[in-house]
Design a protein around this ligand. Structure first.
Ligand code: HEC
Length: 133
């Protein structure tokens, strides 16, 4: 292999790692501190969880799958994995989940304009039952 060849390979590798590092940073999605402090005004009653489940099946399951595994029928068209990491969800406050559902990121649509706040909280209550299963 000629010297310029080695140089090209080294440069390509550097660019590749730089690209991977950027993707790794991009996949970590953190809600802002003020989201953490939002309190859930909707009690997680059986009725709320039921309502949340209905809304989830209608609006979210096509990407996240009925059990949050990221295996819904629309995932084929997504570039980003849509599995809900239940361990991660368990570490987040209701406010953080509410914030992510409201504003979205990339291929995750913002539901602020689609669902009223109360409905977004019902969904948060339902997501908690996914976690405990
Ligand atoms: C069009 C596909 C799509 C739909 C519909 C969708 N999501 Fe997402 N969702 C995603 C993708 C992709 C990500 C990962 C986004 C990222 O990390 O950039 C995501 C991320 C999330 C996260 C953050 C996960 C974490 O651990 O940080 C939550 C919570 C979430 N979605 C909940 C919902 C809820 C609730 C609904 C329905 C109201 C919904 N999503 C609808 C594609 C979707």
């Amino acid at each position: 292999m000629s010297r310029p060849g080695v140089f090209t390979v080294a440069l390509s590798l550097m660019l590749l790692f730089w690209g991977l590092a950027r993707v790794a940073i991009a996949t970590h999605w953190t809600a802002p501190p003020e989201a953490k402090r939002l309190t859930n005004p909707v009690r997680a009653t059986e009725a709320s969880v039921k309502k949340g489940r209905e809304l989830y099946m209608w609006h979210c399951a096509k990407c996240h799958g009925v059990r949050g595994l990221g295996d819904g029928p629309s995932v084929g068209s997504l570039r980003v994995q849509a599995g809900l990491n239940l361990t991660l969800l368990g570490r987040e406050t209701d406010g953080e989940l509410f914030w992510k559902i409201s504003y979205g990121r990339g291929e995750m649509p913002p539901f602020e304009l689609i669902l009223k706040p109360e409905d977004r909280w019902h969904i948060v209550n339902f997501l908690r039952t996914l976690h405990s299963r």
